[in-house]
Design a binder for this molecule. Structure first.
Ligand SMILES: [Zn+2]
Length: 67
């Protein structure tokens, strides 16, 4: 089953398509062996991290105000 996805390595700057090796769509970089996630996933996780960071910031601000 060939379901190639586009990847971008943050370590060696390799860009291209590879076949995922697990259910999380991760694949090892063909050049340096670092585990990569599809570029679309990176974007999704970037948004998720922003949301988590915003929530944490709000919670910390609320805790400070309630003290
Ligand atoms: Zn790499």
């Amino acid at each position: 089953m060939a379901r190639e996805r586009s990847y971008q390595c943050t370590v060696c700057r390799w860009q291209g398509t590879a076949e995922p090796v697990d259910a999380g769509d991760a694949a090892p970089c063909p050049r340096c062996g670092v585990y990569l996630y599809p570029t679309s996933w990176a974007r999704t996780w970037g948004v998720a991290l922003l949301l988590v960071g915003g929530t944490l910031g709000f919670v910390f601000a609320a805790v400070r105000l309630l003290r």
